[in-house]
Design a protein around this ligand. Structure first.
Ligand code: SF4
Ligand code: SF4
Length: 367
């Protein structure tokens, strides 16, 4: 039996078209080593990648970054995705997206817009983003999206500076006409790990925010879908990170590396294939990085004998590495992990009375 008959095809792809971004969010999920503009794939290569993804079974592509609209060919790439039958979701900061560009994207066949909001308070939102005027731009782009009849999803990352306004951010998403909001509490790796002391909320603030958002889920039932990702450091079980490594989605970086998740490069020793040398299908089925943590054969105890191993797949490999030193360990968010006490200690300790300044993520794109 060859590998392809045992492994399900990918259904989703995150295309990080560029790491350039006008904003500087201190929890950005991009790697600390941002990829330079000079290393980005050219237009023809991205088009080939999208065609290969569609052939491999991918149904929806997230055009992301950085800020994807920093790419001059964003309209051409969107049109190509539509032509090969991919559902396109533009994940944007809104900054750098003009009305003519937005209209051109809609004409090219854009299907969906996903907009990040940093806070419900304008001044705080702009401080978190590291960009004056970002909040106002987001409201504008949300209005264009709903006027064009496109579905809008709002992303809200929760942390110390905005967690007391979690409910107001949900109200704001409803007011903007979003069909869905993802309320995600900060995941601590990369830039967020660098800023952990500045971002970590207290347990009380987290518990209140969780209760407030759950109450709004009942209030807004039928009006907006609320996806609420419970904060990691206060949970008993880990999330099924990426729905399992190499099970559904893949990520292509600006320079063409094919990754099982956006933080996979933090794990030393993994061999990633690049679209410059391999097709998307080959990278999915045969690359060493995808097969390193696929399924359950790589697991150690306590995961090996756990009844949840096909539910959460042992949690996040990158978090296991960051907090235990071994990517094959159970994610220490799990209360069954022998390293779980370290997570509890961090959650209890790292909310200092005065938060340090942010270390902004920087690889600037012109707004
Ligand atoms: S800096 Fe902010 S807006 Fe830009 S890519 Fe990172 S999270 Fe998204
Ligand atoms: S022991 Fe492993 S498989 Fe079981 S719940 Fe914890 S992380 Fe998941």
């Amino acid at each position: 039996m060859n590998a392809q008959s045992q492994i399900a095809p990918p259904t989703g792809m995150l295309a990080e078209l560029t790491h350039r971004c006008p904003l500087g969010c201190p929890y950005c999920s991009n790697p600390l080593e941002l990829e330079r503009a000079a290393d980005e794939l050219d237009t023809q290569t991205w088009k080939r990648v999208f065609s290969e993804a569609a052939e491999a079974g991918v149904l929806h592509v997230h055009l992301s970054g950085g800020e994807p609209c920093a790419r001059r060919d964003i309209v051409e790439l969107t049109a190509h995705c539509a032509a090969v039958g991919l559902y396109t979701n533009l994940i944007t900061s809104a900054v750098g997206l003009t009305r003519p560009l937005f209209d051109a994207l809609v004409a090219a066949g854009l299907d969906h817009v996903q907009l990040s909001i940093q806070d419900a308070e304008p001044a705080s939102a702009d401080r978190i983003a590291g960009y004056d005027g970002a909040f106002a731009r987001k409201r504008e782009v949300a209005a264009w999206t709903t006027q064009a009849g496109l579905p809008l999803t709002v992303n809200a990352v929760m942390h110390r500076a905005n967690i007391s306004r979690a409910a107001r951010m949900v109200d704001m998403a409803v007011e903007l006409g979003a069909r869905r909001i993802e309320v995600a509490h900060t995941q601590y790796y990369g830039w967020a790990m660098k800023n952990r002391a500045a971002l970590m909320p207290t347990r009380e603030a987290t518990e209140k925010a969780v209760a407030d958002v759950e109450a709004l889920r009942r209030k807004y039932q039928g009006r907006i879908v609320i996806d609420h990702v419970v904060p990691d450091y206060h949970a008993r079980f880990p999330k099924a990170c990426m729905n399992g490594w190499g099970r559904r989605t893949l990520n292509v970086t600006p320079s063409g590396k094919v990754l099982p998740c956006h933080a996979a490069e933090t794990i030393p020793g993994l061999e990633f294939w690049n679209v410059r040398e391999h097709s998307i299908g080959a990278a999915w089925y045969d690359s060493p990085a995808f097969n390193a943590f696929r399924g359950t054969a790589w697991m150690k105890e306590p995961c090996v004998s756990c009844e949840r191993k096909e539910i959460d797949f042992g949690g996040c490999r990158c978090q296991a590495l960051a907090l235990t030193g071994d990517a094959r360990n159970a994610d220490p968010i799990c209360h069954l992990s022998p390293h779980h006490a370290r997570v509890q200690k961090i959650a209890a300790e790292e909310a200092p009375a005065i938060a340090p300044d942010y270390i902004y993520r920087r690889l600037k794109a012109k707004a």
